[in-house]
Design a protein around this ligand. Sequence first.
Ligand code: FMN
Length: 164
Amino acid sequence: MKITVLYYTKIGHTKEMAEIVAAGARQVAGVEAAVFPMEAPDVQWLTASDCVLLGTPTYMADLAGVVKCWLETAGHKYPLAGKLGGAFATAHFSHGGGDIAIQSILHHLLVAGMVVYSGGDSLGQPVIHLGPVALSEDLEQYQSLFATYGQRMAEKAVALFGES
Ligand SMILES: Cc1cc2nc3c(=O)[nH]c(=O)nc-3n(C[C@H](O)[C@H](O)[C@H](O)COP(=O)(O)O)c2cc1C
């Protein structure tokens, strides 16, 4: 089972958290997770993936424009339909719109025909409603949350699609 974690970053925070999401996913038996910048995904790997996770910095209390542009064409460029999808964000402020950035991505994933999931509050602590948000001043504090998110998404992908 392959998983693709895509990110856009300018300063590096979102890439750092994308690597942690992928490490969490790899905790699940049979899962191989690879991380790519959104601008240059490995198309073969992405095509073969059953789960695609997207990370964005929060810009103007929403997703970054580059990510929106990617999403506007991705559904036609890549076979996203039917894959499991989710999103995570980094932000500077707790009230800065990280959740809104994630929600915007989830809308796009639905439009692309993806199966959207986060685990919500059904899996207990840590509760992850839409997807995890890390505040850039203290990324380390969010490592375990992001790894748990990656693991939960991978577990759901394996439950839906099997290990191979
Ligand atoms: C143009 C711009 C707009 C931003 N707008 C917000 C915002 O509305 N809310 C917020 O919490 N942080 C905002 N930030 C901070 C970034 O979301 C934050 O630093 C993020 O971790 C950067 O991600 P990166 O290191 O992957 O580029 C903004 C940063 C930039 C450059």
